[in-house]
Design a protein around this ligand. Structure first.
Ligand SMILES: Nc1nc2c(ncn2[C@@H]2O[C@H](COP(=O)(O)OP(=O)(O)O)[C@@H](O)[C@H]2O)c(=O)[nH]1
Ligand SMILES: [Mg+2]
Length: 300
């Protein structure tokens, strides 16, 4: 195809925490670029997911969820990261759940209303609906909220109807040359992803006993002839949290490490050795300076 016909643009994915934004980006990109879990605030950094075909390059911006929260440093950071990610994009996907509009959707709706670009409403998790006829009134009622360019019901988890969503998005993407190499799927390094995959397993295996103020530092990441050797430190706020993460005889830490290592091997296509350590750093999630040193603050 003629280079002049190539399309490329940025698409911001916004919505309340836990509505399925990261799952949707992974599904649209066709590869895991962002970690997901049942817990709100799993996504802490803005991450790009890049899908390149012969005639287009779609760059999805997966942002932390927009939420009403307290005034702590972490909450402020998350909201700034969420609002900053929609600026200057070609299209916004506003994601809500198939069970309908909730109060928690209002901050994201207001963010979407402020944008000049087309906003596509994505109704996610339709696989959970036993009665599909309930979608019709939801679609009709949604038209009163704002002038959506399109309304597309999908299941980010199963991929149902996501091709239709991609086709909708393409209508708002301008002619533009590719902005990333064709084989690049994310703007994040393997090192960053390694830390995220550890965090994902912690969020998936532990409930409220481990608050979201847990962070992972990659101390070293080395490619050796037969494997990738990774040393990581899990940073928690309290001694008690360290004990929970370790578990009896270290069993839980071992299992967390095993699962993260398997995910890393899948992502990197290589054997992985993972060394995991835990450190206690009291009150770090409310300390703006420590947040910066961990990388929060560079990408807003
Ligand atoms: N049943 C169902 N669950 C979904 C779907 N999309 C996401 N989820 C689940 O919803 C939870 C939150 O997803 P996540 O992508 O992390 O949400 P985010 O906070 O908006 O990024 C996870 O447990 C996902 O597996 C979907 O289409 N159907
Ligand atoms: Mg997310």
């Amino acid at each position: 195809m003629a280079a002049a016909d190539f399309r490329s643009g940025f698409i911001a994915v916004c919505g309340r925490p836990n509505v399925g934004k990261s799952t949707l980006v992974n599904q649209l990109v066709g590869q895991k670029v962002s970690i997901t879990s049942r817990r709100p605030q799993t996504t802490r950094h803005r991450i790009l997911g890049i899908k390149t075909t012969t005639d287009s390059q779609l760059i999805y911006v997966d942002a932390p969820g927009v939420h009403q929260g307290g005034g702590g440093s972490m909450n402020q950071y998350l909201n700034r990261a969420a609002t900053g990610s929609v600026e200057g994009v070609d299209c916004v996907l506003l994601v809500i759940g198939a069970s309908g509009w909730a109060d928690e959707d209002v901050p994201a709706l207001e963010l979407a209303r402020r944008q000049a670009c087309p906003v596509v409403l994505v109704i996610n998790k339709i696989d959970r609906l036993t009665d599909r006829s309930r979608l019709l009134p939801l679609i009709q009622g949604s038209r009163d909220k704002m002038a959506f360019a399109e309304i597309v019901p999908v299941s980010a988890r199963t991929g149902e109807n996501t091709p239709a969503l991609e086709a909708a998005v393409m209508r708002y993407i301008p002619q533009h040359p590719a902005q990333f190499p064709a084989d690049q799927v994310s703007d994040r390094s393997d090192r960053f992803m390694a830390g995220e995959l550890v965090r994902e397993q912690i969020f998936r295996s532990f409930g409220q006993e481990i608050p979201y103020a847990v962070s992972v530092m990659i101390d070293s990441f080395r490619r050796e002839p037969r494997l990738i050797r990774i040393e990581a430190t899990i940073l928690v706020e309290k001694e008690g949290q360290r004990a929970i993460l370790i578990g009896t005889d270290g069993a839980r830490l071992k299992e967390t490490g095993r699962r993260a290592r398997l995910e890393m091997q899948k992502l990197f296509g290589s054997k992985v050795y993972l060394g995991l350590w835990i450190k206690v750093r009291e009150g770090w999630s409310d300390d703006a300076r420590v947040l910066r040193s961990l990388g929060y603050g560079d990408d807003v």
